[in-house]
Write a protein that binds this ligand. Structure first.
Ligand SMILES: *Cc1c(COP(=O)(O)O)cnc(C)c1O
Length: 353
């Protein structure tokens, strides 16, 4: 694939203060366009700037949008590496298929990603726990209000240096189990990483926040009986020695952190089950004390211990409100591999060259 690179004439100063999440952007962005019949064309890296799109653009009216999220990590030796980027590329193509957006050949998507990260490599921070967050996204960009299959699409990658998720140590979060709104249904877009899923989540998220909870734990959209996932993370429980995570039934986002946790635990001989887990089974385990640990997992936080669960106004404290042993072990192993502090025996990391 031919990628033209236009470097900015005005490079920004690198941030010296608190990075936060997704507030600062690098000097450039990757863009390419797709037209029905012609395919992907005009791959380019250009100075970061506002987009100009037609007010009737498909994405603004009909929500034709998918995205990905992954990080570039600076190792102790100064080199920069990615974590399982091929998984993000494959998931993006699955999301594209669901929303009838064009897929990108895996080699081209990888080349785009690596070329772009190489260009912005200097923006990868080196302080403990920091990284360069990469946000590839794609949207339908037809200039008409007619509802039909997308004939023009735009794919962009932007990058943002982000701070450590846990500046003051790993604090367990408080989670509210949502029993009214649902995030997704089987046959819908739950397994696709698309903006629309987030729009549908906002009301419950706000309700939980107003009550002092940091995220929502979703139940299935049909019976509101089975546990699905938390906010922007998958969820895992240790019940009576067994690690349980909801099976990927179609309405759950197939997280790469989730997959990595399962692979690590299985390799180490833990009993891991991907199965249906009803809220009743979970409540019983909380009541009789067999719920040993609970945690969310996703790229941003890696793992996030759950210290408190609220279901229908009943509050349960998990593991005395403290991080559990398996949760801590997963955090140490994953972050160790991602920042190159421990050997990657899985072959998950990808160097820039
Ligand atoms: C991205 C995302 C996750 C986590 O996926 P990772 O690949 O582990 O970052 C979980 N749930 C939802 C809804 C997501 O959008």
């Amino acid at each position: 694939m031919k990628i033209t690179i236009t470097k900015t004439a005005n490079p920004k100063a690198k941030p010296t203060s608190e990075l936060g999440f997704g507030k600062i952007f690098t000097d450039h962005m990757f863009i390419m366009d797709w037209t029905d019949g012609e395919g992907w064309h005009d791959a380019r890296i250009v100075p970061f700037e506002n987009l100009s799109i037609h007010p009737a653009s498909t994405v603004l009216h009909y929500g034709s949008e998918i995205f990905e999220g992954l990080k570039a990590y600076r190792r102790k030796d100064g080199k920069v590496q990615l974590f399982r980027p091929i998984e993000n590329i494959r998931r993006m193509n699955n999301s594209a298929e669901r929303l009838c957006l064009p897929e990108i050949p895996e080699e081209d998507a990888m080349e785009a990603l690596l070329t772009f990260v190489k260009c912005e490599e200097d923006w990868t921070p080196s302080a403990e726990g920091t990284s360069l967050y990469l946000r590839p996204f794609m949207f339908g960009n037809d200039e008409t209000l007619g509802v039909h299959s997308v004939k023009h699409a735009t794919f962009i990658i932007i990058a943002s240096p982000v701070g450590s998720y846990y500046k003051e140590g790993i604090n367990p979060v408080r989670i509210m189990i949502e029993s009214d709104d649902v995030r997704a249904v089987r046959g819908g877009t739950g397994y696709a990483k698309c903006g629309g899923n987030y729009a549908a989540s906002n009301r419950a998220g706000k309700k939980a926040e107003d009550k002092g909870y940091s995220q929502v734990l979703w139940l299935d959209g049909v019976e509101r009986k089975y546990i699905e996932e938390v906010g922007a993370m998958n969820v895992m429980f240790k019940i009576n020695g067994e690690v349980v995570t909801p099976a990927l039934t179609g309405s759950i986002l197939p997280g790469i952190t989730r997959k990595s946790c399962i692979e690590i635990l299985k390799k180490e001989g833990y009993k891991v089950s991907e199965r249906l887990l009803s809220v009743e089974e979970l409540s019983n385990a909380m009541a009789d004390g067999t719920l040993e640990e609970a945690w969310g997992c996703g790229t941003a936080a890696v793992v996030s211990p759950i210290g408190e669960l609220c279901y229908k106004d009943k509050v349960y404290i998990v593991n005395g409100g403290k991080i559990g042993e398996v949760t801590q072990h997963l955090y140490d192993t994953l972050t160790g591999i991602q920042w190159g502090k421990i050997e990657d025996t899985f072959g998950w990391t990808k160097n820039l060259d």
